[in-house]
Write a protein that binds this ligand. Structure first.
Ligand code: CO
Length: 440
């Protein structure tokens, strides 16, 4: 399945966007730069990337700006909970070099123990001619791990262990003697890190240009164990970052396949929008709370009156994973709104507007699922527990468009290895593709 390769190629949001770009380019999508003037007078396939980690791709119907396109937006997020490097990423602890990390989003921390971890993300550097450049880097190999304390040293561990987040979860890099590393006469952690990063960067770039200077980085750890199919008859997808790369890639594949068929309806402006920083609230220049989506939409529909008329008939899928019913923890979920993993696509509802689903969007989406023969399930939180949210509410409220929150039922969300159903993922892809061609 493409989805396994797509996820395994995407250890960071930057790599997720790079993987999406590769798929889009293979299907004839052309890159637009926000700094340029865009000529969208003819039909075409385009994508825009902001700061390497958020992407908007669209199939432009090519109507004159005097006409109003049907707009269909499918949205998701490129980031996942992880451990990120701090500005001074290495330090000594008892003669060992350890990584200094910041927790990003809300991972289930204990699942990060005893995993083989690598490092990936974006690096900024000065090249030989003094130009500031950015490039993706991926160490690929397992270079570090966070070992558990042996049970003999914590006999109470199975009664519940809450690690101290500052002291007890540093990934360990290894023993460094006072002579330092081979690459440098200086053994300060900062120098060690920069020479390590420079070496990896040159290796990844396959570039022998040595006179570069590292400026900054956004690097996060990831588990090198790949995403796989698991369970009887391989009914599950198991791996990292399923929240929300399953949705990013279902959407990417849906858009390119929709575009390949020429689009059922040439009046439709079909859009895929994937944003970074959802796991930390979306407030950033690239998050769903930024002007990215609106800015792209306004360039496609520049006339204010037409823009308002277009928004009034725009529909959006806000796609993010949903909590599947967990047979071992039945009391944690509303027993009658508890979707079975493998039981169909989930419609999420929260009338305090943590999700966008309402009677309007619930109707058009249900009609689409009926037409496509897609099974749906419903999710609502227990009344005595707070509800999560995602990109839908902020986009829908900013733009005034009709939106529904849906997703693939998933176990162990925010674990380093999550589980989702193969058939549910296929349903998501199918309904997403149909959505781009839908009129009803
Ligand atoms: Co999510």
């Amino acid at each position: 399945m493409d989805i396994l390769e797509d996820i395994n190629s995407s250890p960071s949001p930057y790599h997720a966007v790079e993987t999406q770009v590769k798929i889009l380019k293979e299907h004839g999508f052309k890159q637009l730069n926000e700094k340029d003037d865009w000529d969208l007078s003819s039909s075409g396939r385009y994508f825009v990337v902001r700061d390497f980690s958020s992407l908007i791709a669209f199939v432009n119907p090519g109507k004159n700006s005097g006409e109003i396109p049907h707009i269909r937006i499918g949205g998701a997020h490129t980031d996942s909970p992880t451990l990120k490097l701090k500005s001074k990423p290495l330090k000594f602890k008892k003669e060992m070099l350890v990584w200094d990390i910041e927790i990003y989003g809300s991972p289930i921390i204990t699942t990060w123990f005893d995993r083989d971890l690598s490092l990936a993300g974006l690096v900024g550097y000065l090249d030989g001619s003094g130009e500031i450049r950015h490039t993706l880097v991926n160490f690929k190999n397992a270079i570090t791990r966070i070992p558990h304390l042996a049970i003999h040293l914590n006999r109470e561990v199975n009664k519940g262990y809450a690690p101290n987040l500052h002291e007890e979860i540093n990934p360990i890099f290894g023993l460094i003697n006072k002579k330092g590393v081979e690459t440098s006469a200086d053994n300060s952690p900062d120098i060690i890190f920069k020479s390590l990063l420079k070496k990896q960067l040159l290796e990844n770039k396959n570039d022998q240009q040595n006179d570069i200077q590292i400026l900054d980085w956004d690097l996060s750890f990831y588990d090198v164990q790949p995403t796989i199919l698991s369970g009887l008859d391989k009914q599950w997808i198991v791996g990292a970052r399923l929240d929300n790369l399953l949705s990013c890639f279902a959407g990417t594949r849906a858009l390119v396949d929709y575009a390949q068929k020429g689009g059922k309806n040439s009046d439709t402006l079909a859009i895929l929008a994937c944003f970074d920083h959802e796991e930390v609230g979306s407030v950033s220049s690239v998050g769903a709370d930024s002007n990215f989506a609106e800015s792209v939409l306004r360039r496609v529909v520049p006339d204010q009156k037409n823009f308002d008329r277009a928004m009034a008939q725009t529909r959006m899928l806000s796609v993010d994973n949903a909590h599947a019913c967990h047979p071992n923890f039945p009391s944690k979920q509303d027993e009658s709104h508890c979707p079975a993993l493998g039981g169909g696509l989930v419609i999420k509802r929260n009338n305090s507007r943590r999700y966008t689903t309402d009677v309007i969007s619930g109707s058009w989406f249900k009609a689409l699922c009926l037409q496509e023969g897609i099974k749906t399930e419903y999710f609502s939180m227990r009344a005595d527990m707070p509800c999560g949210s995602t990109i839908g509410p902020m986009l829908s409220s900013k733009l005034g468009l009709s939106s529904i929150d849906i997703g693939v039922p998933t176990w162990a969300m925010h674990s380093i290895r999550e589980t989702a159903g193969v058939n549910d993922f296929k349903d998501l892809y199918k309904v997403w593709k149909a959505f781009y061609g839908s009129q009803k």
